[in-house]
Design a protein. Structure first.
Length: 220
């Protein structure tokens, strides 16, 4: 069996390695597909749907980060249907999440013209900042639920399994078991979760303290 496969990407013939995803094939060919949850350091999970593309013959848009490139596949990475889907992802995310420290989302909002007020007035998630340890803070109002922190804490890297998803739908969040403070969990404070967080939801305690100091004082 050949080690390579050939797909048609936006009308161009592209060769990629067998087993590569459509996202990897596109990037090898110099075609940029936007992503939010994808990080090459983690196993792709297909959660955010920002990377959707059209695969000829498929009824639904496909997440490029988890779709394998197979011989003869025809992929389109841009078009009105794709843009509409990406805009809706961003508009729904913005309705519940503080995206001020998620540069990839901000860039895509500007690129697609997403209306971040479209679902305003819904259910914003504004949980308080958790500073329960001397190493880092968790500001889940900024969490985009990309799952990278859970993955590196688990079998993508550290095998500590200190955090995971909790809840359903709008109430989905990252949490420790029984919401225990991190020092009472299996967390070893390796910092890998902070390193892969794309949204400012996890940051070193000192950096967070400096930000607070830099905030305008309530009186002169
Ligand atoms: Fe593909 Fe998030 S980047 S689903």
């Amino acid at each position: 069996m050949a080690d390579t496969v050939h797909i048609t990407l936006d009308g161009r013939s592209v060769e990629t390695t067998r087993g590569a995803t459509v996202l990897e094939a596109a990037r090898q060919a110099g075609t940029e597909i936007p992503t939010l949850c994808y990080d090459p350091r983690c196993a792709p999970n297909g959660l955010c749907r920002m990377c959707v593309v059209e695969a000829q013959g498929a009824r639904l848009l496909q997440a490029a980060c988890v779709t394998r490139a197979v011989e003869g596949m025809t992929i389109t990475t841009e078009g009105p249907r794709i843009t509409r889907a990406r805009k809706t992802v961003l508009e729904m995310l913005a309705a519940s999440t503080d995206l001020s420290e998620t540069p990839d989302a901000l860039a895509q909002i500007a690129e697609t013209g997403a209306d971040i007020t479209r679902f305003a007035g819904g259910r914003e998630r504004r949980p308080p900042v958790v500073a329960d340890n001397p190493m880092f803070v968790r500001d889940y109002a900024k969490c985009i639920l990309c799952w990278r922190c859970v993955q590196v804490c688990a079998d993508d890297a550290q095998y500590a399994f200190a955090i995971n998803f909790d809840g359903r739908g709008f109430d989905t969040r990252i949490a420790t078991f029984f919401d225990k403070p991190l020092p009472e969990t299996t967390c070893v404070f390796c910092g890998q979760c902070v390193g892969v967080c794309p949204s400012g939801a996890l940051k070193p305690l000192r950096a967070w303290e400096l930000e607070q100091d830099a905030s305008p004082a309530p009186c002169p």
